[in-house]
Design a protein around this ligand. Sequence first.
Ligand code: ATP
Ligand code: MG
Length: 195
Amino acid sequence: MGGTFDPIHHGHLVAASEVAHRFGLGRVIFTPTGQPWHKQRTATAGEDRYLMTVIATAADTRFEVSRVDIDREGPTYTVDTLRDLQGAFETAHPGESAEWFFITGADALSEIVGWHDPDGIVDRAHLVGVTRPGHHLADPGLPDGVVTLIEIPALAISSSDIRTRVAAGEPVDYLVPEGVARWIRKRRLYAKAER
Ligand code: ATP
Ligand code: MG
């Protein structure tokens, strides 16, 4: 599951958990982006986004966080994420095979055809599009059989809203895991309103 995770919140975690359950996945790898090329604002330091993702997922044995995108120079393209993760898997488990899925919310799925090398993405992973409040979930015109759409419990939470709340001095308790809320306070993240 790719994302800016600026910060990670319970919407991301419910999406990952639901998809893991529905598809019987042994593992969900969260990949915080490097420099987010399609976003207007400058993201929080990769290291803070990475650490918050680790804090949020630490207690779940199914969840892992990968540094492939944080550590790669230049913009993050999902096709590179998948190539790097698959290469690392082949090195670590020679001769074994794995089935790969890429998890996206409805908003990200609708944009995927405009991403770099969408054919490369669908060659490497089966797409799973999940419902997200405020967004219409639909196949954005991908070839037959490359995407599955599923309904998940609706959490109207976004990282942008969390950043705005923090900047305004409003609470983010129960929107993000407690450790993430504490990390935001400790590092004084999002103090200035930036969307
Ligand atoms: P921002 O507001 O900064 O764009 P975000 O909340 O959309 O942040 P991202 O890191 O952009 O979070 O999203 C990563 C992935 O998680 C995307 O595929 C997105 O669609 C999905 N996602 C984010 N929030 C939810 C949610 N509440 N329910 C379902 N999917 C979500
Ligand atoms: Mg987003």
